[in-house]
Design a protein around this ligand. Sequence first.
Ligand code: NCD
Length: 316
Amino acid sequence: MRHLLSINDLTQSEAVAILDTATELARVSDAPMKKLPTLRGRTIVNLFAEDSTRTRISFEAAAKRLSADVINFSAKGSSVSKGESLKDTAQTLQAMGADAVIIRHQASGAAHRLATSQWMSGTVINAGDGTHEHPSQALLDAYTLRKHLMHGTKNLQGIHVAIVGDILHSRVARSNVLLLSKLGAKVTLVAPPTLLPVGVDSWPTSISYDLDEVIPDIDAIMMLRVQSERMNELYFPNAREYSRYFGLNTDRVKRMKKNSIIMHPGPMNRGLEITADVADSARSVIVEQVSNGVSVRMAILYTLLTGEGIESGALA
Ligand code: NCD
């Protein structure tokens, strides 16, 4: 495996190996000296053509904890948004000797374009391309689910996860559906019909329009941000109506299973898809998702750039 462009690039055992490697690397993040020398002398470029807080700094922290040199390239609003300019950028990165490029781009398929071009020879990691995929987010979500719900077992066999809200615009939902089903979890999508993509019937999921019906049956709920910046028409009557039918509030949380967890990839619209008190409640693992993200991204970089993972217990 040279690139990580889509969850489809991973077999089930490769995905589990990344999660196992992340579990080992989490020990490094917990240690007072948070560094491993693994990627010393390697250059990793963060090429972000779209806004990001969590994903960009998470990859930066991950690369630095593995001792790589990191170059941050924020290309928003610059010429990078066109195919030809992506080529120029890639050739520049190649000339600078980038070993890996982590790319976020508003165009679906941008990471794939970079990886399959002859423009550069390094590893390409998709950090979110348009509404297509966000594989590192799905891996950190799976890691979080495994930690809380699976007591150390390898996969996610038998758990039931609801993904709720703006599925239409969500690369997080797409990558999660692929990975969760690969790992054996049952997935139910909950959204108004207007926020479900064409062709969703062929996804390996159930679909519901009724959040209240789904709530008592799930082990985890993933709330998605309403992506207003990608909406050029009206998808629901108004914010109040949306929250009433598809928002997570205390009343709904009270009807969730005892050990179930609440997730959100961030950034949150507090008061829209999730109330502030639910976001900050004991059941919420939203902040922990962010710290897990660093270990998982270390595991991704480690695996892609060294060609191997770390076996359970090896760093103990
Ligand atoms: C997500 C993204 O950018 O796709 N955020 C993230 O990476 N943490 C989800 C979102 O923007 O709503």
